[in-house]
Write a protein that binds this ligand. Structure first.
Ligand code: HEM
Length: 192
């Protein structure tokens, strides 16, 4: 039987997604190196410069991602809303193999939506705390409010671990959802 081929991820989404993956992985590696200097046999200043460039690439790519998500209304599929709460019990039964059918919940399941929403907030935290570390005088009020630069540095570091812990959740949910859908983040298309 011939299957219908549908476009699941537009070209801008695929480019923005893979650029974001590359930027965030680079920032995690460089960030951990800054926290634990000596982790790699590379001069500290080189890593700091690479991180400096990627910090601003993250701001640019995230802004483009947000802009595109708004104009294409893609954000409606990405962001977890109150309406998604009702799908959670069926979704949990499905991922723990207690149910064969995932139930209907739109393009992304509630777990994927929760991860994307959490990452969106986490990226804002990283950009905000990162800019404060860069320009402590400009963000002086914020530094005072949060109890000093060291606390901001610890928040930035802790948020990095939250990224590291949630990446496997994203991969698990993407891989177990549907192999046909999984290939579409590379090719854009899936067979239905
Ligand atoms: C996903 C995004 C990011 C990750 C995973 C990340 C990770 C990290 C980590 C782990 C550190 C080491 C913190 C420590 O000293 O314990 C760090 C340092 C730092 N980050 Fe980020 N970061 C991100 C985004 C940003 C952004 C967007 C900016 C600025 C616009 C930024 C600016 C800085 C600065 C200024 C430092 C301190 C570097 C130093 O001590 O010389 N970061 N980052």
């Amino acid at each position: 039987m011939l299957k219908e081929i549908i476009e699941l991820h537009s070209l801008p989404v695929r480019i923005l997604h893979w650029t974001q993956v590359f930027i965030i992985i680079t920032l995690i590696i460089c960030g951990f190196y800054i926290h634990y200097p000596g982790l790699l046999n590379i001069p500290f200043s080189t890593i700091k410069n690479i991180k400096g460039v990627f910090n601003f690439l993250l701001i640019i790519n995230s802004s483009l991602y947000i802009y595109y998500s708004i104009i294409s209304k893609h954000y409606l599929e990405l962001i977890f809303s109150f309406r998604d709460i009702r799908f959670i019990p069926v979704f949990f039964k499905y991922i723990f193999f207690l149910k064969d059918e995932p139930g209907y919940y739109g393009k992304y399941n509630p777990g994927q939506k929760a991860t994307y929403t959490f990452w969106f907030l986490l990226i804002l935290v990283q950009i905000f705390t990162g800019l404060t570390l860069f320009y402590p005088e400009t963000f002086g009020f914020f530094v005072k409010l949060l109890g000093g630069l060291n606390r901001i540095r610890i928040t930035h570091y802790f948020a990095t671990w939250l990224f590291v812990f949630t990446i496997p959740i994203h991969l698990y949910l993407a891989i177990t959802e549907d192999p046909a859908k999984l290939q579409s983040i590379f090719t854009g298309y899936a067979r239905r």
